[in-house]
Write a protein that binds this ligand. Structure first.
Ligand SMILES: [Zn+2]
Length: 916
């Protein structure tokens, strides 16, 4: 089998084939070039000399390299300003957008102008009224359009470029999603972080913000959404032209449009204190319009806009606000100013949603709306500071939820959604600092991941706790005012907060922003004669080889738990050395347990002492505070992951407490951990006895009508995923026939989960069930889930076919591939997917170039996550040794995913026998 790394099928091939075919340009664009003068060696005798002078001069723009180098970005940011793009795109063809852009800019000197463009074709370039001479490859190398200094001038410049860009299901900046229900095509863009230059020639760097005027030519019946307001719409029999007003200054990665036969619902809402109501619209596919909870979603967005404008001290800064539910969207959402895109799949429910799903939708909404200020209004200067916008958006989403709905226990949700994920990456040998150096924009995708999404908001919570809420808010407000519609770095932010707090935060930033890795805090507790004789918190780096030595400064709350929580004590503690002895605690009565990070203000993996573990194993369910209970369950789980507590013991404890657990999110986390303990961390033989008990607990939980719906549903989901023997298979098919499972009505997503499980277990009538379900649910979602179910089939031929198709089939949407990875790499059938471990690693460079931001992480997590053996771990290590010159970012991503396999192997080795 040939891997894709040796058979390129991505944009590079598309590019050359398009050039070879000679892409035809639309008449409207060509017509506008008629008036251009032509300059050449004879027509402009002075030109060659000036060009030579420019090339040998020290002020020449950097040489072109692929992508956008930091050097090029810095050069342009220094010499270019006041950029405007007038962008016209004709998207009436299925595979190609015909474009024309007028770029206006000020330049402080006469120098080459280098624009970034890696689309399909450049036809003509006219600079300041003069057409560039020669063939396209003279000034376009597939990555950059270089306009020699001879054509440019100090002061105002006007460039007109006619070009073509791809439209495709995957690998293009204009994504085409076909609705199989009604055959309609929907287009939307996704330019983050480095694909604006795949769409049109531009300065693709966040700190050259530009005002954008977009006009789109579409089929006559289509509607179009852009960052700016629609100001005109002109129709002819053959097409419609949508003209949008000029935007506020935007970074290129934030430019967006959508076009297609979208359905629109508009409501008036108040989005700023004392402001009049303004119209907000939600856009969705026609075939799903009736399922959209338009009023709920519009109200949720409006509430967030209102609250954030108040908190930041800046009303919503981009005029109009609309949002779109994008089909087969590869992210949860994208914060384009004025035109936010959300993932349709997580915003429209095909079955009754659990609380986790509802909270997830709200968190995504609040996150994207917070970006309108943090990311859109003030933008990081370069993607090394990606954490600034992502960390803030997630932190502010929780802050807002805590304020808007004080009973929601928002910080518990924040803990559950962020901390375990952050720790699971940050404690690996592949971790990175929050601030990540970035030499070239085309590697920016690697900077995305749990460090910026989950660690960054966690350290902002720590920072707010350190300086106090008021100083934190005042600092953020000053930062936003100072850098309005412009760019800033983390030093600017810490400077502003430090000024408001009256302290220098530089040492704090050095430790938390620049230093990679994280602390592990071990509790040491000694009790003599019923009193505390010694209590210490001992800090060490999770990965000394990555983080170096020395303590992180951490401000936490230490909980001494007494008397069922009624007379507990919380001591503020400052950890700034390896061992911190808690002198205030010595001599106090022995507590039931201690916990170093009460309230979850600190960022550290806290490992409880044995006395506390002993008490918690007996009484954890009696801890009433939901956040504390969630964190204590998390701390015990961390002991499992450190191979200090047997997974079967944790599973038995969780199964004992689950029937009494009344918090839906905690119950769901426990159910997931039981599943991991049984299917990953325990040998199949060792898990056997506990598995039957687990299945019966989950089935009872699913059927318990006194429990909240979401709690029942999450237990049903785990019961389905654990089903193995013929009795369980028969139960699953019985549920499909009755269309009811454990008293809960079945809807398509859960029906498909059952079919996928039948496929994975090679159940007797699995094929017939798959066929029947495909007929029953022929929607786009149904087809995607059928593709997933088929990937689970435990046959060599299926695995081979999928692995090939993932790369070879260009009509296959990327989101389909992502969805099918887990089913393909079924941990219970690791022997079938293990042959693909090394080929999967061989594809990484290709994936980095051709897939979107989160794909590479999903690819590695699913591929390595499907393995559990020491032999597979050895395969990975052997591969790493054989690739000593592998790019650092890719090596780090592999090490991040490898960590869980290494832990799995260590846990299995340590705990052979079930011990409950
Ligand atoms: Zn974000």
């Amino acid at each position: 089998m040939q891997t894709p790394s040796t058979t390129p099928t991505g944009p590079r091939r598309v590019l050359w084939s398009a050039l070879a075919l000679g892409v035809q340009l639309s008449a409207p664009f060509l017509g506008q070039l008629g008036g251009a003068r032509v300059i050449g060696a004879q027509a402009a005798p002075g030109a060659p000399a000036r060009a030579r002078a420019s090339q040998s001069s020290s002020i020449e723009a950097p040489r072109s390299t692929p992508g956008v180098s930091r050097e090029l970005a810095e050069y342009r940011a220094k010499h270019v300003r006041d950029v405007r793009y007038e962008l016209q795109l004709d998207v009436t063809r299925p595979d190609t957008a015909m474009g024309r852009v007028t770029v206006k800019l000020m330049q402080d000197r006469t120098t080459d102008i280098v624009l970034d463009f890696r689309g399909q074709a450049v036809r003509t370039v006219v600079a300041n009224g003069v057409a560039l001479q020669g063939a396209p490859h003279d000034w376009w190398d597939g990555a950059h359009v270089r306009i020699p200094a001879v054509y440019t001038r100090a002061g105002g410049n006007r460039l007109e470029i006619v070009f073509a860009s791809p439209i495709a299901a995957a690998g293009a900046s204009i994504i085409r999603a076909r609705d199989v229900t009604d055959g309609a095509d929907y287009l939307y863009t996704l330019l983050v972080p480095s694909d604006a230059n795949l769409l049109f020639p531009c300065f693709d760097q966040p700190d050259l913000k530009a005002r954008v005027s977009l006009s789109l030519i579409t089929p006559p019946s289509w509607r179009a959404l852009g960052n700016g307001s629609l100001v005109r719409s002109d129709s002819t029999a053959s097409h419609r032209t949508h003209t949008f007003g000029e935007t506020a200054p935007l970074s290129t990665y934030l430019i967006a449009f959508a076009a297609g036969p979208w359905s629109i619902v508009t409501r008036n809402a108040v989005i700023a204190p004392r402001a009049a109501p303004t119209p907000l619209s939600v856009w969705s596919r026609r075939s799903r319009a009736s399922e959209v909870e338009a009023d709920t979603l519009i109200a949720m967005n409006a509430r967030a806009l209102h609250w954030l404008g108040d908190w930041f001290g800046v009303p919503y800064p981009f005029g109009k606000f609309d949002f779109l539910l994008a089909p087969v969207f590869p992210f949860g959402g994208m914060e384009h100013p004025g035109a936010v895109f959300y993932n349709e799949e997580s915003f429209i429910y095909r079955e009754r949603p659990t609380m986790s799903q509802l909270l997830g939708r709200q968190a995504t909404t609040f996150h994207e709306v917070a970006h309108q200020w943090f990311g859109d209004y003030v933008t990081m200067r370069w993607f090394d500071d990606l954490w600034l916008k992502e960390g803030f958006a997630t932190f502010m989403a929780a802050r807002m939820q805590a304020s808007l709905d004080p009973t929601s226990n928002a910080w518990k949700t924040f803990y559950l959604r962020n901390k375990p994920v952050a720790y699971a990456t940050d404690a690996t040998a592949g971790t990175t600092p929050v601030w990540q150096s970035l030499g070239n924009l085309d590697q920016a995708k690697s900077n995305y991941g749990p460090i910026v999404y989950n660690k960054a908001p966690s350290i902002l919570r720590q920072l707010e706790y350190l300086v106090g809420e008021r100083a934190f808010q005042r600092g953020v407000q000053a930062f936003l005012q100072k850098h309005a519609y412009a760019n800033a770095t983390w030093r600017d932010l810490l400077g502003a907060i430090g000024t408001a707090a009256g302290r220098d935060l530089t040492p704090w930033g050095t430790q938390w922003i620049l230093r990679p890795g994280m602390p592990v805090v071990e509790q040491q507790l000694t009790v003599r004669a019923g009193r505390i004789s010694h209590l210490a918190l001992v800090q060490r780096p999770a990965q000394p080889s990555v983080s170096g030595r020395g303590a992180w400064p951490i401000k936490m709350q230490l909980l001494l738990y007494y008397d069922g929580g009624r007379t507990s004590t919380r001591l503020p503690v400052l950890l700034n050395r390896d061992t911190t002895i808690i002198r205030e605690a010595i001599g106090r009565p022995a507590p039931s347990f201690v916990f170093a990070n009460a309230g979850d203000y600190g960022y550290a993996l806290v490992l409880p002492d044995s006395l506390s573990v002993g008490w918690l194993e007996q009484h954890i369910g009696s801890v009433r505070d939901d956040l504390e209970r969630a964190m204590l369950w998390g701390a015990l789980w961390d002991l499992v992951r450190e191979a200090r507590l047997a997974p079967a013991r944790y599973a038995a404890l969780a199964l004992r407490e689950l029937p009494n657990e009344r918090d839906e999110q905690i119950a769901s986390a426990l159910a997931g951990r039981v599943s991991t303990a049984l299917t990953r961390y325990s040998e199949p033989a060792a898990a056997h006895a506990l598995r039957a008990r687990a299945e019966s607990v989950f089935l009872r939980g699913a059927a318990d009508s006194t429990l909240p719906y979401g709690q029942r549903k999450s237990q049903l989901d785990v019961a389905i995923s654990l089903a193995r023997d013929s009795t369980s298979m028969a139960r699953l098919t019985g549920w499909l026939d009755a269309n009811v499972a454990a008293g809960l009505p079945l809807r398509p997503p859960t029906r498909w989960a059952i079919v996928t499980r039948l496929m994975a277990r090679n159940a007797m009538d699995a094929d017939a069930r798959l066929r029947a379900e495909s007929l029953r649910d022929s929607t786009s979602e149904g087809r995607r889930l059928a593709f997933v179910a088929e990937a689970a089939r435990p046959m060599e031929e299926t695995k081979r076919r999928y692995f090939t198709r993932w790369f070879a089939d260009q009509s296959l949407n990327e989101e389909w591939v992502t969805s099918s990875l887990r089913a393909f790499h079924d941990p219970e059938r690791a022997e079938l997917s293990r042959p693909y471990l090394v080929p999967a690693l061989d594809t990484l460079s290709w994936i980095q170039q051709n897939r979107r931001i989160f794909f590479l992480g999903s690819w590695l997590n699913a591929t390595i996550g499907g393995q559990q053996s020491a032999e597979s771990l050895a395969d990975i290590d052997q591969w790493l040794r054989a690739h000593p010159s592998l790019a650092t970012d890719l090596r780090q991503k592999i090490l991040q995913s490898r960590d869980e396999l290494e832990r799995t192997v260590a846990i299995r080795r340590t705990f052979h026998v079930v011990t409950p």
